[in-house]
Design a protein around this ligand. Structure first.
Ligand code: DP6
Length: 318
């Protein structure tokens, strides 16, 4: 009745922004991501331990997030399940645009599945995680992952395993506070108000096909170009929403500039930015030291995290 699972966040190189079905949390666009290592969320689920569900996040009761967690537990273990005690622990800032909901819900479905003895397969678990948080579906898989928005349900495919392409990701933290607009709320706002939203949807398949080919050919330059373009398009949709959604600060821009200079100087590196002010610099191993040094020297960077490519969510011994 108890199990512990671990999952890593993932960052999208071709982004998910928009829902085609809000109630089922189905994405309006397909996406492509890289699962990180080093950063992780560990989740323990214990069924039958009390009258009501209880959630603790990094040692503190977290009632605000309990509803979402309880609904996810119902979807994995059934509505007639016993109450659960859920304990979550992350080794990086949560709610700050570092995809903590991805690692959290990916770990949650794996732990809940084992603790309830349901034995769903991986794709079923990815779909259940995705219903809780769209990006979480991708963290069920390691390496480079494509999420196809599908006709009825999402589909997932691993394009390259964690060891197949040893990319590095240097995360420049510029502000550890919780983001001002939750991604899900932001997506709904963008769909309803941004004049660029329809072009965003229309162009996504082209970006995905370019990125998929670049991963297949291990063509970093091609992947870098489409990833930056896709990231800037997503942020253009955010900026042109009403009211605007602006996650960047001045250090975010300074980091983007630093990455551009590195690339102009011959380094294989590109930036990507999610629903927060942190900049993720994706690079080949030969450039990781130069990238880290440049970002560490960029004004406004408060911390750097360096990761490689990680594995999918899995059970761990307690
Ligand atoms: C900008 O997966 O957090 O990081 O489905 O509403 O939980 P919900 O959204 P979420 O959105 C992630 C948005 C993004 C881009 C991406 O990861 O693809």
């Amino acid at each position: 009745m108890q199990a512990t699972a671990e999952a890593h966040p993932n960052i999208a190189l071709v982004k998910y922004w928009g829902k085609r079905d809000v109630a089922r949390n189905l994405p309006a666009v397909s996406s492509l991501s890289v699962t990180l290592d080093t950063l992780r969320t560990r989740m323990t689920v214990e069924f039958g331990s009390g009258e009501r569900d209880a959630l603790s996040v990094n040692g503190q009761a977290a009632p605000a997030m309990l509803g979402r967690v309880s609904r996810c537990l119902d979807s994995v273990a059934g509505n007639d399940r016993p109450a659960a005690r859920v304990t979550s622990d992350s080794n990086f800032p949560i709610g700050a645009g570092l995809a903590s909901s991805a690692s959290a819900f990916a770990a949650l479905v794996v732990a809940a599945d084992a603790a309830s003895g349901k034995a769903h397969d991986r794709l079923a678990l990815a779909r259940l995680a995705g219903a809780a948080s769209g990006s979480a579906a991708r963290s069920l898989y390691g390496g480079l992952v494509e999420l196809d928005a599908g006709a009825e349900q999402i589909e997932l495919v691993q394009l390259a395993a964690a060891d197949d392409w040893p990319l590095r990701v240097v995360v420049a933290i510029t502000d550890e506070r919780t983001k001002p607009v939750a991604s899900g709320d932001g997506m709904i706002r963008s769909a309803g108000t941004s004049p660029f939203y329809s072009s965003w949807l229309a162009q996504q398949e082209d970006d995905l096909s370019t990125a998929r080919d670049a991963v297949r050919d291990r063509d970093f330059e091609r992947l870098a170009e489409v990833a930056e373009h896709n990231c800037l398009k997503m942020h253009s949709v955010m900026w042109t929403s009403r009211p605007p959604i602006v996650y960047w600060n001045s250090a975010t821009l300074a980091c983007m500039e630093a990455v551009r200079e590195l690339r102009a100087g011959g380094h294989a590196v590109c930036f990507t930015i999610d629903a927060g002010p942190q900049v993720k610099a994706v690079c080949l191993p030969a450039s990781v030291e130069a990238v880290s040094a440049a970002l560490a020297a960029t004004p406004g960077v408060v911390d750097l995290l360096t990761t490689g490519v990680g594995r999918g969510a899995r059970l761990v011994d307690q």
